[in-house]
Design a protein. Structure first.
Ligand code: HEC
Length: 168
């Protein structure tokens, strides 16, 4: 961030003298040189901006890749249409609560009890124990990808958004 701000006035100084030169001098050759200088300066700024955005600007969470059990859980989640009533990252039906962070907020035992027995408002799917642990593995996986809803986020001067207090 710092060198970018420091460098900009220097480029700007060069650019103004280039503009003045181009206005006063009618000769085609030197205005072509001026245009090239402006283009080169803009290209350099664009390159520096791109390099920043694609490196420092993107910091992914260290989520584990999805393992086989979690993948099985994802299939069960889709086949039984859990999203008819539940959301992940706010997307889905609104009869039940959002499940993005149900494991870290409520715990595996709590989630497991809902899957094993249902409630008055959530159906009992009569899952086998292996299916329950697959669904828990999937919910674990989702939980590790981030926090929903984001509570404390930071907008940088470039316009990139990061989450300041993600516990993971
Ligand atoms: C017909 C709607 C419906 C479907 C389908 C459904 N649920 Fe639910 N679920 C609910 C409701 C409503 C609650 C809240 C129940 C309560 O408090 O009595 C709930 C609660 C839960 C909870 C506890 C969440 C919390 O924060 O308290 C979990 C975990 C859960 N469901 C997982 C699932 C999974 C996994 C599936 C798919 C296999 C599923 N549900 C399918 C309606 C549904």
């Amino acid at each position: 961030m710092e060198p970018f701000f420091v460098a900009f006035p220097l480029h700007y100084g060069n650019l103004t003298s280039v503009f003045r030169h181009a206005d006063n001098d009618a000769s085609h050759g030197s205005s072509l040189i001026a245009h090239r200088t402006i283009f080169a300066a803009l290209f350099l700024l664009f390159s520096a901006y791109s390099a920043y955005v694609y490196t420092a600007g993107t910091k992914a969470l260290n989520a584990e890749p999805m393992n086989d059990r979690a993948r099985h859980g994802q299939q069960l989640f889709q086949r039984n249409n859990c999203t008819a009533c539940h959301q992940i990252y706010g997307l889905g039906g609104y009869m039940g609560p959002d499940l993005t962070n149900v494991i870290s907020r409520r715990g595996r035992a709590y989630a497991s009890a809902f899957l094993a027995a249902g409630t008055q408002r959530m159906p009992n799917f009569h899952f086998k124990q292996a299916e329950i642990s697959a669904l828990l593995a999937y919910l674990d996986f989702v939980d590790a990808t981030g926090t929903y809803p984001p509570t404390n986020y930071h907008i940088s001067w470039l316009g990139t958004v990061s989450q300041a207090d993600d516990p993971r």
